[in-house]
Design a binder for this molecule. Structure first.
Ligand SMILES: Nc1nc2c(ncn2[C@@H]2O[C@H](COP(=O)(O)OP(=O)(O)O)[C@@H](O)[C@H]2O)c(=O)[nH]1
Ligand SMILES: [Mg+2]
Length: 375
């Protein structure tokens, strides 16, 4: 499961990416922050079940701060899109190669409207930017759709499945899209519906620290979820926290100054505090959580080896939190943990009720689960 940041150039995708993947002092135990230059690890928030035990957990990856588990998830900083990308302008192909991996799309826009469509300084229109980026996406997939239908002798759904599997588009998505009536009968129309079904979108109205907010409502009228963000503020807070100037938990609505700081630093931080008061947070973490859970319909699950103590074999409490698709069964969960555990699956045990759960039982949100295996 990956998140992808898309948008035209200069809206702050890389800055958002840096904010999201920056190692806060408290999340620093994960060794690989950046895997490739544009692929990194960020974290999404889950309420940790450890409070039910009244003892602290020992996460193997990510961390747990005051009962909030920060669970690692991959994030892509996708190359910027310019108008005409589907015709090969800019880094069109690179964009598409990255975007296909993403299950949900985070569209970063410049809420100050001070960059034109190519990302140069000038007059902009974030609503039009969202439209053209999505249009480029649709033109490009429409081309693939045309090719797959023309070259294959299979049924339409099958041909499309072959052509589009590389984009992370599933058969079920295609079937839902084929059920809809298309007034113009054009490929582009179909591509657009298919995108809406297969790649849910959230808009990060970035640079909101420097915007008067006029574009926020217009963006919201587009029907997608919109979160005002300040990626630069998130970076400042994480860095200040890393060097011990402040106590700040990513996504929080406030921070605490814990060291002597000079007037300039204080002024900068107090400006950020005003933003947090106004919007509730810098927005970066909110976008990530929304994308990972609400949009992609993932749920967290906590596999354990000891269903009574919620430990692994080494005595670590709630060592793992894994994200699975809603509807995942206990047996599928077992396979996700390890092929061997899936193959030797006997039953699952609910760590709260201690009841046995069959192979087809759907994993519940925040379930603590032991998988029993045969030798
Ligand atoms: N004020 C403000 N500027 C930002 C923010 N995020 C990015 N920028 C600035 O926008 C410019 C483009 O940022 P960059 O991340 O390179 O954009 P990208 O081309 O979309 O990856 C840089 O000058 C950033 O400092 C933000 O949240 N607030
Ligand atoms: Mg960039």
């Amino acid at each position: 499961m990956q998140l992808g940041l898309i948008g035209k150039p200069n809206v702050g995708k890389s800055t958002f990416f840096k904010a999201a993947t920056l190692r806060d002092v408290e999340i620093a135990n994960y060794p690989f922050t950046t895997i490739k230059p544009n692929l990194g690890v960020t974290h999404v928030r889950v309420k940790c079940p450890h409070s039910e035990l009244k003892i602290n957990c020992n996460p193997r990856r990510g961390t747990c701060i005051d009962g909030t588990r920060f669970v690692p998830i991959d994030i892509y900083d996708v190359a910027g899109l310019v108008p005409g990308a589907h015709l090969g302008k800019g880094l069109g192909n690179k964009f598409l190669d990255d975007a296909r991996r993403s299950k949900v799309l985070i569209m970063v826009v410049d809420a100050t409207a001070k960059t034109d469509k190519e990302g140069n300084e000038g007059e902009g229109n974030p609503v039009e930017d969202v439209k053209f980026v999505l249009e480029e996406f649709d033109y490009w997939s429409a081309n693939i759709i045309k090719k797959s239908i023309n070259t294959k002798t299979k049924s339409t759904a099958e041909a499309l499945e072959d052509g589009l599997s590389g984009l992370g588009i599933k058969r079920s998505h295609i079937e839902s899209a084929l059920k809809i009536k298309y007034p113009t009968g054009e490929c582009l129309e179909f591509a657009s519906i298919l995108r809406k079904i297969s790649k849910p979108l959230i808009i990060a109205a970035n640079k909101s620290d420097s915007s008067d907010g006029t574009w926020l409502n217009k963006l919201k009228e587009m029907g997608y979820p919109v979160v005002p963000t300040s990626s630069v503020y998130e970076i400042t807070l994480r860095k200040a926290s890393e060097v011990g100037l402040i106590k700040y938990i990513p996504g929080a609505s406030d921070f605490e100054i814990i060291k002597e700081i000079n007037e300039k630093q204080k002024n900068a931080l107090e400006r950020i505090r005003i933003f947090l008061k106004k919007f509730g947070s810098t927005g970066v973490q909110e976008v990530l959580d929304y994308a990972a859970f609400t949009l992609s319909k993932m749920i967290p699950a906590f596999p354990v080896e000891d269903e009574n103590k919620w430990m692994d074999g080494k005595g670590n409490i709630l060592p793992d939190c894994i994200l699975v698709e809603k509807g995942t069964t206990t047996k599928q969960l077992a396979y996700q943990i390890h092929t061997d555990i899936g193959n030797k699956f006997v039953k699952a045990i609910d760590g709260r009720t201690k009841k046995g759960l069959g192979a087809n039982h759907e994993v519940e949100e925040c379930a603590v689960i032991k998988i029993s295996t045969r030798r």
